[in-house]
Ligand binder design. Structure first.
Ligand SMILES: Nc1nc2c(ncn2[C@@H]2O[C@H](COP(=O)(O)OP(=O)(O)O)[C@@H](O)[C@H]2O)c(=O)[nH]1
Ligand SMILES: [Mg+2]
Length: 338
């Protein structure tokens, strides 16, 4: 059986530059010591969170990033100068996202004003840029206080924007911390919004889930642990954490026992040969109480499909899952024409 019949490769929005949405530009902004360098380090350089404690202040525009399936171009703008007046337009040149980092453990009224200035500036000059607000360092706050702070910040921003006549500007808010998975989940959401292929990927994942009794399926960019798509059933942080931990396991074991695959044919080198070589791919399955529970399969060197199976998904289901995952992978190859 196949689940692909009738699936459409619609791309929704205009493709974001070369490589069809695989170039992602993220600009980190926010006040001094709000956590920008830490986020860039933890997510894109795999710095252990504890090592960010004594980071030095960033004094100039600092690019960083990561090359994996997605090419992440990350730029940190230090908090202390005013970009909006500098006409440093090239910082914002392409489409992409501005991530505004706000320290939830600190006084935030000043930061809110800077944020509002930035949002209105971007709305006037760069309306295609998404504004994403990370209410950051929430790890130090009690649950109640954290939710109150989050609500307060969101409410103030929305009220101010509507007073200024910018009701139609979309701003999203996330609670983040570098000490848990939340910052990865938030960056994943930011990145997905920039991907023209998202609707296609989501509908492929939805079909896969319904044909194989999968509760939740994620498509992960392995090196960054960012998920670039998931099926559209409700998202829970818990399931994301389990799947992301499984990626860690695969990466760790791969480092010990894997081999260098960079020499193998791959679409990364604009090579259309099938990256095939199934034998070198990771396939991990876990059972719980005699039932399959977790399923991970590498789609290629950088992408992995990770699924949480539904409670009643029988182990005998395995061959069906394998088959449909193969079909899914072929569909991915078509989406990116690798
Ligand atoms: N508790 C906590 N501290 C954080 C978090 N993120 C960053 N920090 C700390 O905040 C301080 C300033 O971080 P830094 O990244 O240099 O801020 P930047 O000036 O915005 O680049 C560092 O001591 C970090 O360890 C977080 O999620 N939780
Ligand atoms: Mg910094």
């Amino acid at each position: 059986m196949t689940f692909m019949d009738g699936a459409q490769y619609h791309t929704g929005r205009v493709v974001n530059g070369p490589n069809g949405g695989r170039n992602q530009r993220l600009v980190l902004m926010g006040d001094r010591r709000s956590g920008k360098s830490s986020i860039a380090g933890v997510v894109f350089q795999k710095t252990p969170p504890s090592e960010t404690l004594f980071t030095e202040a960033t004094t100039e525009i600092t690019p960083s990033g990561m090359q994996s399936f997605m090419n992440f171009h990350v730029v940190e703008l230090p908090g202390h100068f005013d970009y909006l007046k500098l006409e440093s337009d090239d910082v914002f040149r392409d489409k992409g996202a501005v991530i505004w980092v706000m320290d939830a453990q600190d006084q935030y009224l000043d930061a809110l004003n800077h944020l509002l200035d930035t949002i209105t500036y971007l709305a006037q000059h760069w309306p295609a840029i998404n504004v994403e607000v990370f209410v950051h360092k929430v790890d130090g706050l009690s649950e109640e206080f954290r939710n109150d702070t989050f609500r307060d910040i969101r409410q103030r921003v929305q009220d101010e924007l509507s007073d200024l006549g910018y009701d139609n500007v979309q701003v999203s808010f996330y609670q983040t911390s570098i000490y848990d998975h939340s910052v990865f989940e938030a960056v994943s959401n930011v990145v997905q919004k920039l991907m023209p292929q998202l609707p296609t990927l989501e509908s492929l994942l939805n079909s896969l889930c319904s044909s194989c009794r999968i509760q939740k399926a994620y498509l992960f960019d392995i090196p960054s642990k960012i998920f670039i798509a998931s099926d559209t059933s409700p998202q829970e942080s818990k399931t994301y954490e389990v799947c992301s931990d499984l990626i860690d396991v695969v990466v760790d074991i791969g480092e010990l026992y894997g081999w260098d695959r960079s020499t193998e044919p791959s679409y990364v080198a604009q090579d259309k040969t099938d990256i095939g070589n199934d034998a070198c791919e990771s396939l991990v399955m876990m059972e719980r109480r005699g039932q399959s529970y977790l399923y991970l399969k590498e789609m290629n060197q950088f992408l992995a499909l990770v699924c949480i199976m539904a409670d009643d998904s029988p182990v005998e289901n395995q061959s069906l899952v394998d088959y449909n995952v193969g079909v899914f992978r072929d569909a991915l190859a078509k989406v990116w024409q690798w």
